[in-house]
Every structure is written in C-alpha cells, then in structure tokens.
Design a protein around this ligand. Structure first.
Ligand code: NAD
Ligand code: GLY
Length: 368
C-alpha cells in the first residue's frame, strides 16, 4: 500500500480554531488526539455499518484518555436524520450520567457527523465534539466548518446550529470500504471546489479522476487536502454564512430540491449536488455569466466521476413548478425569492436571484 504523509489543515477561527488531520491509518494513532481537552467520559456515535469496521481502531487510539467510553449506534441513512434519532443520543448521554466535559466522537459519514455535532451543540448547552469522517463527502465537506443539523419533513437541514468541532480526523484508509456509489457522491463535493474557487484544481481533477476512482491514496490525499484548504479559507472568513460561505452551496439549491422531492435517501446528497451543479452552471450560462464550453466541461467531469448530470422529474404535470416550490424552502431564500450560487466565470462564484421563467427553462432542459 502506498504511503502518504500526515497533513494538517488549520481552520482559523480565533479561540475556536482547530485542525484537520489527513493521512492513512490515523484512527488508532494516539498522538492525533493529544490536544483534546481532558475528560473522564467520551461517547462514540456511529452506526451498525461503520462501527464494526472502525470502532475498535478508534477505541485503541483513545486508549487511556478516558475512564469510560460509551457508544451509541444510530440507524443508518438520511431518512433517520431526525428528532427521534437525535433524542437517542441525549438518552444515552443522560442515562450514563455524562457531564458537560464529555467528549463526543462522530464516527461515520455526514449523517452521523451532522447529528452528533447538533447533539454536542445542545447537550448541556455545548460539549466538545471530534469529527471522525469515514466517507469522502464527510472528509471534504460535512465534517469541516461546524454546520450541524437534522432534517424536517418540509426541508433538509432546517433544524441545526453552527458548532465547531475540536478536531477533525480524516483517515484515508476508511475510504477503502466505502461503496463505489458513495465514493462518487463524495466526488461531487470535491468537484464543486473547482468551479467556485480553483480552476487549477479542476484541471487536476480532470487528469486524476481514474486515480481517485481507483482509490489511490496519494490522489485521495490531495483531493481531501485541497478541498479542506478551500473550505478552510472560506469558513475562516465567513463562519456563519453571512455572505461568502454560501458559495459552498454550489449545486445545492437544485440538489436539495431533488433530495426532498424524491424522498430523503433515494438520491444520495452528492448525486443531487452533481445534477444540481449542472443545472446551476446551465443557469449561469443562460444569464451570460459563463460560456457553454465551461458547462460542457463541468458536465463531462461530473459524468466521469460516475455521477448523474440530469435531474429527475419530480412531478409529471408541473416539474419545474415542483422544483421551484421545493427550492423556495432553501435557507438562502430571502422573502420567498430563491437565491442561486452561480458561476461568474471559471473559478469564481456569485449568489443571486434569477427570473422564475429562466429557471423553469433550465429545469425543463436539465431533467429526464
Ligand atoms: P452518510 O452519512 O449517509 O454515509 C453514506 C453511507 O456510507 C452510509 O450508509 C454509511 O453508513 C456508509 N459508510 C460511512 N462510512 C463508511 C465506510 N468507511 N465504509 C463503508 N460504509 C460507510 O452520507 P454522506 O454522504 O457521508 O453524508 C451526507 C450527509 O451529509 C447529508 O445528510 C448532508 O446533508 C450532509 N452534509 C452536511 C454538510 C455540512 O456542512 N454539515 C455538508 C455536506 C453534506
Ligand atoms: N457544505 C456547505 C457549508 O459547509 O457551508
């Protein structure tokens, strides 16, 4: 197996700064956890798929740091990212007498990370949390930056908090067991960083897609590191998304509508984002912000990652109307006006509204 070094990316947020450790076989390495606050109890939150693969490694890395390490396993899947399952984390904490120093470890993908982060933000008004992301999507995006949430039947990630972790541990070895469909979904969030911030990264992705799909460690290390660097740069300037941070939602306005419209868990988050990026790029093109060649280039890259480039039909009688209805619930909406992340020339994003009629045209052109 290829050997890669350990990289550290800093999220610079003053007193709430933390680092992202990126490398192979980090979970069981005690040194990674040295800077964490001392506490007598910890709680590992995971699920039945991930825990059998990695909880023992994580426990070995934490050996001797805590008197007792509790565990709670949540049901697996986006459809379980809700109040009822969140409550089971609080039940475990309270029934075990966990105090306000208890450290939570989120071991899993973005669903586990978002729910554990929200639990940590709320339990006793805030306890430390460490993100240990085991999907590519979680390593390049959801574990970093402190967005935590659960879904509401009327909208995705609608209930949540900004709450930064103390540490993020991206162990590339965990990606070996990830199903290919999930790897591709993670690549959607990797790809998004190119059009919004770094065309050189887009060039690199074009030349490295085969290596990424083959899970070559050095390629994965670069993809995770560069993605985290770009996210760190954005989050450090706009932690609470008052402006710039919204660009990280490129493809998400259409993507969230797809996820909610199909029913959570039917399309993966990354798949919705992939088709959503094509739609947002097409809208950018029709607004004269970027040329058709760029839309084609981005679409080809998304297809090579094994991702959908067309959105699903959500309503056979008025598909565009259904997309618009769902998109109005988006958190970027202001006064019922949908705001889109658009590409304003390669490597630069802008957030703005667009005429409904034009959005309808784009949806009609981009759905099958
Ligand atoms: P996920 O958490 O559902 O994980 C995908 C699947 O892979 C699950 O079945 C999981 O159990 C399994 N899995 C996880 N790690 C594995 C491994 N190493 N080997 C084998 N199987 C493994 O999905 P995801 O794509 O990681 O995350 C999607 C979620 O992240 C969505 O809820 C989305 O809203 C959220 N998200 C949040 C942010 C944020 O900033 N907080 C950003 C992007 C996405
Ligand atoms: N995933 C978008 C953000 O963290 O802002």
């Amino acid at each position: 197996m290829e050997v890669v070094g350990v990289y550290s990316v800093l999220i610079d947020l003053g007193a709430r700064s933390y680092s992202i450790a990126i490398g192979s076989d980090l979970l069981g390495s005690a040194g990674i956890y040295l800077g964490l606050p001392s506490a007598s109890t910890a709680l590992i939150v995971s699920n039945n798929k991930v825990a059998p693969l990695y909880v023992a490694k994580l426990r070995s890395g934490l050996h001797g740091r805590f008197d007792v390490i509790h565990e709670v396993l949540l049901p697996d899947g986006e459809e379980h990212k809700n109040w009822k399952v969140l409550q089971s984390i609080f039940d475990t904490l309270l029934s075990n007498g966990c105090d306000r120093k208890t450290v939570l470890f989120a071991l899993g993908g973005g669903v586990i990370g978002d729910m554990t982060g929200f639990a940590a933000a709320s339990y006793m008004r805030g306890v430390p949390v460490v993100q240990v992301p085991t999907t590519l999507l979680a390593q390049v995006d959801s574990s970093v930056g402190g967005k935590t949430a659960i879904n509401h039947p009327l909208g995705k990630n609608m209930i949540g908090a900004f709450y930064q972790p103390r540490l993020v541990v991206c162990d590339l070895a965990t990606l070996d067991s990830l199903p290919l469909r999930e790897l591709s979904a993670g690549l959607a969030e990797v790809i998004k960083y190119g059009p919004i911030a770094d065309t050189n990264f887009m060039d690199w992705l074009e030349s490295s897609m085969e290596a990424l799909l083959a899970r070559e460690r050095s390629a994965l290390a670069h993809a995770v590191r560069r993605s985290c660097e770009i996210k760190a740069w954005v989050v450090s300037q706009d932690e609470k998304e008052t402006g710039l941070r919204a660009i990280l939602n490129f493809g998400h306005t259409f993507g969230h509508a797809i996820e909610a419209g199909m029913g959570y868990g039917v399309w993966l988050h990354g798949e919705g984002v992939a088709a959503g990026m094509v739609m947002a790029a097409e809208l950018s093109c029709r607004l004269g912000l970027v040329d058709a060649a760029f839309v084609e280039r981005l679409t080809a890259l998304i297809a090579r990652a094994g991702l959908p480039t067309k959105g699903p039909v959500l309503d056979v009688t008025d598909n565009a109307g259904r997309y618009l209805e769902l998109m109005r619930i988006d958190k970027k909406s202001e006064g019922g006006e949908i705001r889109f992340v658009l590409i304003d020339g390669p490597g630069k994003a802008v957030v703005r509204a667009a005429p409904d009629a034009l959005v309808r045209e784009v949806i009609d052109a981009c759905c099958v």
